[in-house]
Design a protein around this ligand. Structure first.
Ligand code: NDP
Ligand code: AKG
Length: 451
């Protein structure tokens, strides 16, 4: 193979920006990975010559489609849907579906790119993808959500399959939405197959999948602390979000003897200095998932708490641990400074890319333990991978077995981050996750030649 001219990092990033105009989230995600990969491949000509990083940063395909549905007042509504199939070198495309008004092609491209590295880190045979729509399920009736999901799947079904692409949930897509989409897939194809994960337990879902992302993020935190001879017991934690990931992260922190001080939603955050008990977390789960209410109402129900509105975030509340579990770029440089000034010792990301690049730099400069989402929140997709295995084998593992597998998977991911990210005592978990995730996918791509 010809020896290539090595482009430098700045030239590479200038190309990414030029080819993806206005796609700030996607450029941000590629930037964060490329910084580490350029160092790693400096003396590895095979990756340069084969243009591996350049190919990984260009999705295999981006599918965009119209989603037309009828609301309860018989108005015809038109939304846009996407599936970004980023890379299937090591397995079928795999990654969630997000329904939120902030969804754009850039957001889904960043998520599919990140997912490629995350899925590789799990050690399971899954490529990276992500999909979604700018549809806002908030304030919609169940019948409207059902009609939207059916219309979305009526287009999506032709692009997915158990050996091709296996979507799951993400923001705005939980058990209800997965049920409607799975039902429509089955109706159109006349096939019962493991084409989605996060399914209900009655129709092929895996035990532990609902808990897996939040629990996994806490296990990652636990592994980081253990590596420094510490643990969660007796520590305080600030958590953002109040959805699937945040509530399960809170639950596991409490089970391990920590004290959770905050939860939030897009309206603001709740500060409960008495700490969230299991009973309070159950109230939040029910309130957000079934009543579909606002977190502000927690303060009406539990008078120990105060609500901070106008979209306020919880990062000024002093705590030992922080778990951002809501959305991308929800923790910026100022927030990171505030956490560090207040003595935070470890951050584990339940959300995808919740910390800005400047925020990450603050954590690294302060040498606190910082677990990026692509490693820390990989427990969800890992148990999705186990759901795929159970569906293929037509079996169903019990809670205990899956719990042990999740614990082992998170320990393994932590170990890979340490292997590639140890800087002589301080572990750069971003570097470790990027390099370990990259290497497996890159080596598979090399084996395929130029495709
Ligand atoms: N579910 C999973 O298994 C996995 C999820 N993740 C990531 O975890 C994060 C949370 O996902 P999940 O818990 O599943 O989603 P949910 O829809 O269950 O909950 C999302 C939570 O984040 C809040 N939120 C969403 N958008 C914003 C915003 N723009 N500003 C402030 N708050 C916001 C929501 O508030 P509100 O109710 O006001 O909208 C809600 O509290 C996402 O980054 C997702 O990609 C990562 C791995 C797997
Ligand atoms: O379980 C899955 O396939 C998707 C999980 C996901 O979307 C994520 O890890 O961000």
């Amino acid at each position: 193979m010809a020896v290539s001219d090595h482009v430098d990092f700045d030239t590479f990033m200038a190309g990414v920006k030029k080819r993806n105009p206005g796609q700030t989230e996607f450029v941000q995600a590629v930037h964060e990975v490329a910084m580490d990969i350029f160092d790693f491949i400096e003396d590895k000509e095979q990756y340069h010559a084969a243009q591996i990083l350049r190919r990984m940063a260009e999705p295999d395909r981006v599918i965009s489609f119209r989603v037309c549905w009828e609301d309860d007042n018989h108005n015809i509504r038109v939304q846009r849907g996407w599936r970004v199939q980023n890379n299937n070198a090591i397995g079928p495309y795999k990654g969630g579906i997000r329904f939120h008004p902030s969804v754009t092609e850039s957001v889904l491209k960043f998520l599919a790119f990140e997912q490629t590295f995350k899925n590789s880190l799990t050690g399971l045979p899954m490529g990276g993808g992500k999909g979604g729509s700018n549809f806002n399920p908030k304030g919609k009736s169940d019948a409207e959500v059902m009609r939207f999901c059916q219309s979305f799947m009526t287009e999506l079904y032709r692009h997915i399959g158990p050996e091709t692409d296996v979507p799951a949930g993400d923001i705005g897509v939980g058990g209800r939405e997965i049920g409607y989409m799975f039902g429509q897939y089955k109706r159109i194809t006349n096939r019962w197959e493991g084409v989605l994960t996060g399914k209900g337990i009655e129709y092929g879902g895996s035990r532990m999948r609902p808990e897996a992302t939040g629990y996994g993020a806490v296990y990652f935190m636990q592994n980081m602390l253990k590596h420094q001879g510490q643990d969660i017991e007796g520590k305080t934690a600030v958590i953002s979000g109040s959805g699937n990931v945040a509530t399960h992260a809170a639950e596991k922190i409490v089970q391990l003897g920590g004290k959770v001080l905050t939860l939030s939603d897009s309206g603001g955050f709740i500060h409960d200095p008495d700490g969230f008990t299991q009973e309070k977390i159950d109230w939040v789960k029910h309130h957000k998932t079934h009543t579909r209410g606002r977190i502000s109402e927690y303060a009406d129900h539990y008078t120990s708490a105060t609500f901070h509105g106008d979209g306020a975030r919880p990062w000024d509340v002093p705590a030992d641990l922080a778990l951002p579990c809501a959305t991308q770029n929800e923790l910026d440089e100022d927030n990171a400074r505030s956490l560090v000034a207040n003595g935070v010792i470890a951050v584990s990301e339940g959300a995808n890319m919740p910390t800005t690049l400047d925020g990450v730099k603050v954590f690294h400069d302060a040498r606190i333990m910082y677990g990026p989402g692509k490693a820390a929140n990989a427990g969800g997709v890992a148990v999705s991978g186990l759901e795929m295995s159970q569906n293929s084998e037509r079996i169903s593992w019990n809670h205990e077995r899956l719990g042990e597998m999740l614990t082992d998977l998170m320990e393994g991911i932590h170990g890979k981050c340490v292997e590639y990210g140890d800087q002589g005592g301080y572990v750069d978990y971003v570097k470790g996750a990027n390099i370990a995730g990259f290497k497996k996918v890159a080596d598979a791509m090399l084996a395929f030649g130029v495709v």
